[in-house]
Design a protein around this ligand. Structure first.
Ligand SMILES: Cc1cc2nc3c(=O)[nH]c(=O)nc-3n(C[C@H](O)[C@H](O)[C@H](O)COP(=O)(O)OP(=O)(O)OC[C@H]3O[C@@H](n4cnc5c(N)ncnc54)[C@H](O)[C@@H]3O)c2cc1C
Length: 376
């Protein structure tokens, strides 16, 4: 006997929890299925931008979680497998706020459950569409059925439709370790088509490195990360945003929407994914609510809602390309206050064109940038 829901969300991370929260708020019978019990570990720097904070406030309103705020962000210079102080941005608000995904994801999912979403710990192994056009989600021991489906289970979510042979997003590999004895202060750097970060959690720092495909080998990552820590280096995939993929996949099955990493919604320049996961989850819920009795219109409505976010992700991809063309010149630009304002504006909201981004960055107040001598 299968269990029937209005909507099933596969995955209880930020994208799935956001979708479930918005659906439960509208009294929809929604089930979240995750292969892990929460709280669960998730490899991530846990860096929240001002844009992520905006998404949290919009979707979860009163959720409480522990974070470590810092109003400064150090930009580091890379040479000989090491990163050294270069320039520091300082803002009146935190530029990056750091959370532990173990607690953060649990807080979001709890909020969705408290609003009325149901939760099951189970690993879905296959999704089928039955003769009544319902989604059938198959696990080892059970079958779950729903009218609508939100796939929020990470980079390889499309693979669950085994019979359909859907493509997955192009992806890269990123490496992360932790250390409790490095100097404090959130820092990022860019190098050779890649990015580096050191984000401070309460009592330790998370240090990671990633590169646009072809991805960095484990040996190269180890060579760099072992300068900071001898702790284990963990590895995880991260999707590479491609507008065509995200559009096509979200048109392919009426009533089924791919959100967060499953939809490929990650910033190719900075590696940020949490804000895009939350917004895409919420947009999917809203598209289903808007056209509940007309599955054919749900997918297009979702794509319409994604427009601003997708434009922003395309700007990120354009920046990535320009930025790595001449790294020395790009580093010089990073040192300018004008650019500090532009970068903070870029991290704070979605922009549909570089012109608008530039214009809005004039109004970002309270930004300072100063040179390496100010970094301890
Ligand atoms: C090393 C690393 C560092 C990062 N650092 C940052 C950062 O600092 N800031 C930032 O904004 N982004 C960062 N990102 C990106 C960010 O982590 C992701 O974009 C974000 O977690 C996507 O959320 P999601 O809900 O789509 O997926 P996830 O958070 O991955 O959640 C997916 C859930 O689906 C479940 N699941 C998977 N398969 C199944 C199945 N078959 N059945 C049932 N459940 C299943 C999983 O258990 C998991 O709980 C980082 C990524 C990596 C890899």
């Amino acid at each position: 006997m299968s269990e029937k829901y209005d909507v099933i969300v596969i995955g209880g991370g930020p994208s799935g929890a956001s979708a479930a929260k918005s659906l439960a708020e509208a009294q929809i019978r929604v089930l979240v299925i995750d292969k892990d019990d929460f709280p669960r570990e998730k490899l991530c720097g846990g860096g929240l931008t001002a844009n992520a904070k905006r998404a949290i406030k919009k979707i979860f309103k009163n959720v409480e979680f522990i974070s470590r705020e810092e109003k400064e962000l150090h930009i580091l210079n890379y040479s000989d497998d090491r990163f050294s102080p270069y320039i520091t941005y300082s803002w009146k608000r935190p530029i990056i706020e750091v959370v532990d995904r173990f607690n953060f994801d649990d807080a979001l999912l709890k909020e969705a459950i408290n609003t009325g979403a149901k939760f099951e710990k189970d690993r879905i192994t296959e999704i089928k569409i039955n003769r009544d056009e319902e989604f059938e989600l198959i696990s080892k021991d059970r079958i779950y059925t729903s009218d609508y489906l939100i796939v929020a289970c990470g980079t390889f979510g499309t693979k669950l439709f085994r019979e359909k042979d859907l493509i997955s997003p192009n992806y890269s590999i990123i490496y992360q370790t932790s250390a409790d004895n490095v100097s404090r202060g959130n820092a990022i750097s860019f190098f050779d088509e890649g990015f580096f970060w050191k984000f401070d959690a309460e009592s330790y720092s998370k240090i990671g490195i990633g590169k646009y495909p072809p991805y960095l080998s484990y040996e190269s990552a180890k060579k760099i990360l072992s300068n900071y820590s001898s702790e284990e280096i963990k590895v995880a995939p991260i999707p590479v945003f491609n507008l065509r993929y995200s559009n096509e996949i979200n048109k392919s099955i009426p009533g089924c929407l791919f959100v967060g990493d499953s939809g490929g919604f990650v910033n190719n320049w900075t590696g940020e994914g949490i804000s895009y996961a939350m917004d895409s989850g919420d947009f999917a819920a809203r598209a289903i609510l808007k056209h509940y009795s007309d599955p054919e219109r749900i997918n297009q409505n979702f794509l319409d809602r994604l427009y601003k976010m997708a434009s922003h992700l395309q700007i990120a991809e354009a920046f990535r390309k320009i930025f790595y063309k001449d790294m020395n010149r790009s580093l010089e630009i990073l040192g300018e206050k004008k650019f500090a304002k532009l970068f903070i504006s870029f991290l704070s909201n979605y922009h549909t064109s570089t012109k608008k981004l530039k214009f809005r960055s004039f109004f970002i107040g309270g930004v300072k940038s100063y040179g390496s001598e100010k970094i301890k």
